[in-house]
Design a protein. Structure first.
Length: 142
């Protein structure tokens, strides 16, 4: 069976029982979610609630399938169902932390919001191009 170290309600897995990809997923997805939270907060702060809700919907439409996939990667890495759920929830809450960081910045100016929106939209465009262009170029006549 799996050996674990008890820590309150959550049994922490022993490092030897969990493949390293689990920690890569948790840390990488946590950072990703933190940046998503920042982009969402900037959209609400700088563009108004209509654009904020639009950005939130766009982010959620790619986050929900990704979080489900991450959960199964965590399970496959040796974590129990509860452990995978807790670690995935932790990485998801990093989005809230990112939003709080942006909204609690006292010196947030219109120029700063503009730069953050520029950065966030550039990331979205890059990821979209990096994912879609290879398929388009490989298609017949591409």
């Amino acid at each position: 069976g799996r050996k674990a170290v008890k820590a309150g309600l959550l049994q922490l897995p022993r490092a030897a029982d969990v493949r390293p990809q689990a920690w890569n997923v948790v840390l990488g997805d946590g950072l990703h979610n933190c940046l998503d939270g920042m982009v969402i907060a900037v959209a609400f702060a700088g563009c108004g609630s209509s654009m904020g809700w639009t950005i939130l919907g766009a982010v959620m439409s790619h986050e929900i399938p990704q979080e489900i996939a991450d959960f199964f990667v965590l399970l496959d890495s040796g974590l129990s169902f509860g452990q995978a759920l807790c670690f995935n929830l932790f990485s998801g809450l990093c989005a809230v932390a990112g939003g709080i960081i942006v909204l609690s910045t006292p010196s947030l100016t219109a120029e700063g919001i503009g730069y953050m929106l520029l950065f966030g939209s550039g990331i979205f465009l890059f990821v979209g191009a990096a994912e879609l262009l290879p398929e388009l170029l490989a298609a017949p006549g591409g």
